[in-house]
Design a binder for this molecule. Structure first.
Ligand code: BGC
Length: 713
């Protein structure tokens, strides 16, 4: 008899239910949702009423609880320990949206690996990451946690992060399980308002939102977390068709669904369950394995079984999956492995990694008169703005244990990076406050300097969960600070601290340069200084379209042509009468200190048959003065199809380093699946006809270079 069969045959109903309950308990718990995290006690662990815990930090506390589970419960089943290890545990990489801007899957994987090691050392088994919610609307604060707007990028991110967290062997004590979240289309909440309902077509769901989750399943993710919202009245925690029908039965997902915080219990608030017993029954029927923090399974599952709403067979099948994951993670054989193993990677190496990623994530939007890079010697620099000195803004949302005290501020980075320049620091205003008294001092400092670095943007707590904004722009009184400093006439370099595009079109127009630094991580200030000095030229590319006006959102590059495509000077075409359709900066945009040139794309043959690969080659040259990285994107357009296709769909990207004057040829292999679209029945198929393949440095359609290929027999 297998271990799991044996255990199941000996478990009481309460013990079975306990395996599906995930609770936060005890001192040292991070609070990430509403309600008391303390209505459970250690005794619940001892009695087998809790099978997993979340958000507890500190190896001693975790190991102590694990010891109780293993040695004092009747069956000795180990606990599963989950935590939000989102962009780091001790050593924080930039926030996920920023990291995406690096377009470096190798780094995406490496930072996840490092986070897994640090978390595992502290006793964590499972992270609630990666967050794979694509987002087209910067009002939504959780855009910061995801991979931006593109489904292909989402897929690559899913694979890289899952591989990084889980490693090659999940029983390796330095590997932790991944949780692909939040399933699915959470980024589409109405009007960008957190937790709101979602309206999304089946096509958009399948083409746009689901593929990243499919990629996570293909990469072997241990868990998936369904989101809080409902799609057209179907809350995700009760969506049997998607959770079980599609993901389990069709895709072959063999891991566990971990609910979002209280989400099964919230089926009552949604209005689809009358009480906790009904909520529990709906959740279990849908396929939800673990109930995080609600009373549904804890209090409702037993009555649900007694009332005949769900069967014990279904409960058994669910418990079996949870035990299987514990087994997959090696917890039965070595419950204390994580928490007692030390990370071999030296601290210096970890800091160097997040510094490199921090620098690679910076996106240069504007650089008039080559004001950047800054020379090592020269006149005085005024570093102005509330985020010049704050550690919190370097780290951003979801910092795990992230040692904020060790975060390198912009001030520290700039002072260390420019030892031969005088640097004067004035905050001017705070990130959120209403005081404006400090603006005069900031203006005076600007007036006496040769150049101003303006560290402004969005306070860290204003992006992330429950942080939707109707005006995604400078917070507090920063807008006044920015105007006053710009009015001095000194060259101003905006260092934009943010977790989403901030719509500050006028300020950007008035500044000499704009460098988006996001929340750049533990080594943030040092990374930014390296970019400013040119030690690492900027190479980040926007993972989202950057709106010029709030009225343009939701905004994304993969638009369809429409029946009345925009044409200059025409009236009855798709347009706004008071602004351009185009974003301020397109997806993929980002300047460098050098210039790159792309040749025409070349294909071996312009006709190809179903099942054949298409190879695209393009010459890339660094025509400027310095060695730098850049990213080349390859898009495809299916010209005539049974359903109108977007004009650009990303199929590949490559990030390469080229020395000044160097040139190379990039090769892209497009597989048969790259030419498929979903037919009217939502089944993938390749439809014969023409495809336009475009290569470019961004999704700016005016600048891409194209070649037409034909799929035929
Ligand atoms: C968030 C999740 C997170 C969970 C546990 C929830 O509020 O939506 O992303 O994993 O809390 O902390």
């Amino acid at each position: 008899m297998s271990r799991i069969d044996d255990l199941l045959s000996r478990m009481t109903l309460d013990e079975k239910i306990g395996q599906l309950v995930m609770q936060a308990l005890g001192a040292g718990t991070i609070v990430t949702g509403p309600g008391a995290a303390t209505d459970s006690s250690v005794d619940d662990v001892r009695q087998g009423r809790i099978g997993s815990i979340l958000n507890l930090v500190g190896r001693d506390r975790i190991l102590a609880l694990q010891k109780i589970a293993v040695e004092e419960t009747r069956l000795g089943i180990p606990l599963l320990v989950g935590l939000d290890v989102i962009h780091g545990y001790l050593t924080d990489a930039p926030v996920p949206l920023a990291e995406t801007a690096a377009f470096r899957p190798d780094l995406w994987e490496e930072t996840a690996r490092m986070a897994a090691e640090e978390a595992a050392e502290d006793g964590v088994h499972l992270t609630f990451a990666p967050m794979l919610d694509l987002a087209r609307d910067p009002r939504w604060g959780r855009m910061v946690e995801g991979p931006g707007e593109d489904p292909y990028v989402g897929r690559v991110m899913a694979a890289a992060k899952t591989a990084g967290f889980q490693g090659r062997d999940l029983t390796d004590p330095l590997s932790i399980g991944a949780t692909a979240k939040h399933f699915v289309a959470y980024g589409a909440v109405n009007a960008g308002r957190e937790y709101a309902s979602v309206e999304v077509s089946d096509r958009t769901l399948h083409e746009f939102y689901l593929p990243a989750f499919k990629a996570a399943v293909d990469a072997g993710t241990v868990a998936i977390m369904p989101a809080f919202h409902d799609i057209a009245g179907r809350p995700m925690s009760g969506d049997k068709a998607l959770l079980t029908g599609l993901v389990r039965d069709t895709w072959g997902f063999d891991g566990i669904y971990v609910s979002d915080y209280d989400a099964i219990g919230e089926l009552v608030a949604h209005g689809v369950a009358a009480d906790m017993a009904e909520a529990a029954a709906i959740g279990l029927e849908a396929g939800m394995d673990i109930d995080m923090m609600s009373a549904a399974y804890r209090e409702g599952l037993k009555p649900a079984i007694e009332r005949g709403l769900v069967s014990v067979d279904l409960l058994d099948a669910t418990v079996r999956r949870v035990l299987a994951v514990k087994e997959r993670l090696g917890l039965f054989d070595n419950p204390y492995a994580r928490g007692t193993i030390a990370v071999a990677r030296p601290r210096q190496e970890r800091r160097a990694l997040v510094r490199a990623v921090g620098a690679a994530s910076c996106v240069l939007l504007k650089n008039d008169d080559a004001v950047l890079p800054l020379a090592p010697t020269g006149g005085r620099i005024a570093l102005i703005g509330p985020f010049a000195t704050t550690k919190r803004e370097m780290i951003g949302a979801w910092y795990g244990l992230g040692d904020r005290e060790e975060a390198v501020t912009i001030e520290a980075g700039v002072r260390a990076g420019f030892p031969h320049r005088e640097v004067v620091v004035v905050e001017g205003v705070s990130g959120l406050g209403t005081e404006t008294d400090g603006i005069a001092e900031a203006v005076a400092a600007a007036g006496e300097a040769d150049l101003v670095l303006l560290a402004v943007g969005e306070a860290a707590e204003l992006s992330g969960e429950a942080a939707s904004r109707v005006r995604p722009g400078f917070t507090g009184r920063q807008a006044e600070l920015v105007s006053a400093v710009i009015a001095t006439g000194k060259p101003v370099v905006i260092l934009l601290v943010c977790g989403r595009p901030l719509i500050e079109t006028e300020a950007f127009a008035a500044a000499a340069a704009v460098l988006v630094i996001w929340h750049p991580g533990s080594e943030g200030g040092a990374a930014v200084a390296e970019v400013l000095s040119g030690r690492r030229p900027p190479s980040g590319k926007l993972p989202v379209s950057w709106p010029s006006h709030l009225g343009q959102v939701p905004i994304f590059y993969a638009q369809r042509n429409t029946g009345r495509p925009y044409a200059e000077g025409e009236f009855f075409v798709t347009k706004y009468v008071d602004a351009s359709n185009e974003p301020l900066y397109p997806f993929g945009y980002g300047l460098s200190y050098t210039t790159f040139e792309l040749g025409e794309p070349i294909v071996e043959a312009t006709r190809f048959k179903p099942g054949e690969t298409v190879n695209v080659t393009v010459r890339l040259a660094n025509t400027g003065p310095v060695s730098a990285d850049t990213t080349v994107f390859l898009f495809s357009h299916d010209c005539v199809a049974s359903t109108a296709r977007p004009i650009l769909e990303l199929k590949r990207f490559q990030t390469v380093t080229l020395a000044a004057g160097e040139e190379t040829f990039l090769h892209f292999d497009l597989e048969p699946a790259d030419f498929e679209c979903l037919g009217p029945d939502l089944v993938p198929r390749a439809e014969p006809g023409d495809f336009v393949l475009s290569v470019g440095f961004s999704a700016d359609r005016r600048l891409v270079k194209t070649v037409r290929v034909t799929l035929g027999d």
